[in-house]
Design a protein around this ligand. Sequence first.
Ligand code: PMT
Length: 406
Amino acid sequence: MLKLDGKRILLGVTGGIAAYKAAELVRLLRKSNAQVQVVMTHAATEFITPLTLQTLSGRAVRQDFFDPNDEASIGHIDLARWADLILIAPASADFMARLAHGLANDLLSTLCLATTAPIAVAPAMNQQMWLNPATQANNQQLQARGIKLWGPDAGEQACGEVGPGRMLEPSELLARTAKQFSSQILTGQSVLLTAGPTQEPIDPVRFIGNRSSGKMGFALARALIEAGAKVCLISGPVALTTPAGVTRINVDTAAEMQQKVAEHIDKCHIFIACAAVADYRPQTIATQKIKKNQAEIALTLTRNPDILAEVAARDTPPFTVGFAAETERLTEQAEEKRRLKRVDMIAANLVGAEQGGFEKDENALTVLWEGGSKNLPMARKEKLARSLVATITERYYAEKHPTKDS
Ligand code: PMT
């Protein structure tokens, strides 16, 4: 039998004929030892009574945003924090639209905005409503934000039509819930991650920078969240949306990145340096825009601090992972960096020319550690990030923590 010992599932039930299946879902979740808190929309109560779900879940069903009794027992922000997973089953077209637009006009939508827990939706609606471009656009937006889409199934519908829009069976939703937790191998671990470029100012309008888009680092942040980690992302200037659940700190320069890393390093178990930190910065920053009245000018550059090496040199360093961006002799140069910077692991990638690395959506990595290595072949950065997180996790528990619970 699937085990969800003590996991806290906030089950959102919205209006639709599939709401009756929520009763079976609550029963199965409870049988797997999960704690279940049901939150219903008003429309859902037209299809199934709160009393049924209250009896099965063993907890008072929450419906109203402004309910003085409910607020006295557990406030909506506390409820959003309580959940390990918010599962909306069934999720109506209307609820998905409201979720996609960030509305907070009832308790359930407010909880979804206020939580850092993963959210999964199990759509249930008429097949034309599901196929409608508006619903599909909402669906894509939700997935882009990291919300999991479980279903829908296709088949005969309550309205007599046949097509996609049936809610997944409760047993399938239970299986997905269990899988969600089984893959969360980094639960309870904090990861500090740097990403993107740094920009080193020359004058008020110009800077020295590099081609890092932040895509690799942000994909890693997302994969770490999927693995259950608590993620703090220190990012240089990039045009990317923060993955759901990630705490993001924006910086411009290497010095700012160094300072923010120093502020947060004590709290982390794993440090991953994916940022392309400028190695040098202009020694002086002109206070006014430099005029172009000379044929040549010279810039004197000063070495920036090596943030990664500083972290690895701490008395009690976290498990430390660096990147190496090379244009030639990849493994050899990366191995040298690993030894010089004294990091636990280094992920090397070729950059420049036609290879992956900077800016592209795909990349390949050679991961090196003391006594071992692994090639992660060319793949989209999202997929590659998941493989890298799996490799990091394996080494982290093997080297620093002989068992996950130690
Ligand atoms: O952002 P994308 O467009 O997706 O591109 C991804 C990437 C190519 C930027 C990424 O995969 C990558 O390779 N990041 C590291 C880039 C880099 O600066 O490599 P490096 O070999 O110069 O530095 C080695 C390591 O030291 C890196 O972990 C770097 O973060 C760290 N470092 C470097 C200099 C410095 N002053 N402080 C540092 O912490």
